[in-house]
Design a protein around this ligand. Structure first.
Ligand code: AMP
Length: 363
C-alpha cells in the first residue's frame, strides 16, 4: 500500500547500522526535524556521536530488537547485510524501508542478476556454481578470464577471485566461502559508473546524475560528475535505475553500479550490482545538489515529496582512506568541502571521510 500521508516532524527513525552512512542519514534526518535511534552492536560506532538515542546489541538479540521497534516509528538501514531474520522480525512490528523483499534480492548476487535480467536490463553473462564440476562446466560455457564470486556477503572486492586459467579453478572454489558461488564472464569495461535513485513511499521516483567511479585496491577512490559518457548512455543508466526501483516496489535510495563496455558502434551498459541504501558514490550530492542522497532517502521513507536532484556544479568526490584523513587541512583550498566521520583510528583501508572538490559552472 502506498503511504499517502507524509510522516510528521519529530518522527523517530530507527537506523540499523552505526557507520558513516548511518551517521549521515541521522544528520540529514535532524535537518528535517526528525529524531533518529541508531541500532548497532559496536559501541564505538560513528553514528552514535550525532544522536542520543541508541541501542548497542547484536542483530539477533530479539529482546533488544523488540525494544528498538517499540521506541521508533519507522525503520531503515545503512548496510545491505542486515540478516533476513532481523528484517522480518522488525518489519512485523514497524514499517521497514527498503522492504525485506528488496533486501533479499540485493543480498544474493544470483537473485539480483535474475531479477535485473528479467527486466531486460543487461548483466554480465553468469552461471550459478555449487560444485567444482559446475564451475568447470561454467568455465567451458563462459570462457576465461572469468570472475568467481560469493553470492552473499561480498563487498569492496572481498569474496571474489579472477580465474585466468582452468588450473586455478579448484583453489578458487575451495577458498571462496560461503557457497553457493557465481561465475561471471570477465567484463572488459572501459569505465565504471553508478546512479543513485530514489523512490518514495508515494511512488515518486527521481535519479541523481551518473557518477564515474575509480577504485583503488578495490575501494572507491573517486566519483567524478558528470561522468564522461555519451548523453544517451547516461539517460539509459537513469532509466535502468528507475526501472529497478519501480520493479522492486522500493522505498528509499538505491545505488546501481554499471560497467561501461566498449562496443563496435557505441558503448553499452551492464549492471554490476545494486545496493539497497545510500551509496558511497553518491556522497558528491552533498556538495552540489539542492537535495543530497541522505535527505532524499529520509524524504522517501517519510513519504515526503522528493527533493530536486539537479546538479548545480561539476564535482569530484574523493574518499579519505586510512592516513589520508590526518592531513585533511592541507586538502582544503577554496571549493573543497570536507566530511569527516569522527573515527579515531585510521587503520589502512578504513573509510575515514571524504572531500568534495567543487568545479563552479562557467557563467
Ligand atoms: P563487486 O564486488 O561485484 O562490485 O566487484 C568489485 C569490483 O571488481 C568491480 O567494481 C570491478 O572493478 C571488478 N569486477 C567485478 N566483477 C567483474 C567482472 N565480471 N568483470 C570485470 N571486473 C569485475
Amino acid at each position: 500500500m502506498p503511504q499517502t500521508t507524509p510522516l510528521p516532524q519529530g518522527t523517530m527513525i530507527g537506523i540499523l547500522g552505526g557507520g558513516q552512512l548511518g551517521r549521515m542519514l541521522s544528520l540529514a534526518a535532524s535537518k528535517l526535524g526528525m529524531r533518529t535511534h541508531i541500532y548497532c552492536p559496536d559501541s564505538h560506532s560513528p553514528a552514535f556521536e550525532v544522536t542520543p538515542h541508541r541501542t548497542i546489541a547484536a542483530y539477533d538479540d530479539e529482546a533488544a530488537l523488540a525494544a528498538f521497534a517499540d521506541a521508533v516509528d519507522i525503520i531503515t538501514y545503512e548496510f545491505e547485510n542486515v540478516p533476513a531474520a532481523t528484517a522480518e522480525f522488525l518489519a512485523a512490528r514497524k514499517p521497514l524501508h527498503p522492504g525485506a523483499n528488496a533486501l533479499a534480492v540485493a543480498q544474493d548476487r544470483l537473485k539480483e542478476k535474475a531479477f535485473i535480467a528479467a527486466r531486460n536490463i543487461a548483466v554480465a553473462p553468469y552461471r550459478p556454481v555449487e560444485t567444482l564440476d559446475q564451475l568447470l562446466a561454467a568455465i567451458d560455457d563462459l570462457a576465461l578470464p572469468a570472475v568467481l564470486k560469493t553470492t552473499r556477503l561480498g563487498y569492496d572486492g572481498k569474496g571474489q577471485r579472477v580465474i585466468q586459467d582452468r588450473s586455478e579453478a579448484g583453489a578458487a572454489f575451495e577458498q571462496l566461502q560461503p557457497k553457493p558461488l557465481v561465475l561471471e564472464a570477465f567484463v572488459p569495461f572501459e569505465k565504471e559508473i553508478s546512479v543513485v535513485v530514489a523512490r518514495s513511499s508515494t511512488g515518486e521516483v527521481k535519479a541523481f546524475d551518473a557518477a564515474e567511479n575509480v577504485h583503488l585496491h578495490h575501494i572507491l577512490h573517486t566519483s567524478t560528475v558528470p561522468a564522461n559518457i555519451p548523453a544517451a548512455l547516461e539517460k539509459q543508466a537513469a532509466m535502468a535505475a528507475k526501472a529497478i526501483v519501480i520493479a522492486l516496489n522500493y522505498v528509499g535510495v538505491l545505488g546501481v553500479e554499471f560497467f561501461v563496455v566498449p562496443g563496435a558502434e557505441r558503448p553499452t551498459l551492464l549492471v554490476n550490482e545494486i545496493a539497497p541504501r545510500v551509496h558511497n558514490s553518491g556522497h558528491w550530492t552533498e556538495a552540489v545538489c539542492l537535495t543530497d542522497q541522505f535527505e532524499q532517502h529520509i524524504r522517501a521513507i517519510l513519504g515526503w515529496p522528493l527533493g530536486n536532484p539537479a546538479r548545480l556544479a561539476d564535482v569530484v568526490m574523493e574518499n579519505l582512506i586510512g592516513d589520508d584523513s590526518l592531513a585533511v587541512t592541507e586538502l582544503l583550498p577554496g571549493g573543497v568541502q570536507p566530511h569527516l566521520y569522527g573515527k579515531t583510528d585510521p587503520r589502512p583501508g578504513r573509510k575515514m571521510g571524504h572531500i568534495n572538490k567543487i568545479v563552479p559552472k562557467a557563467e
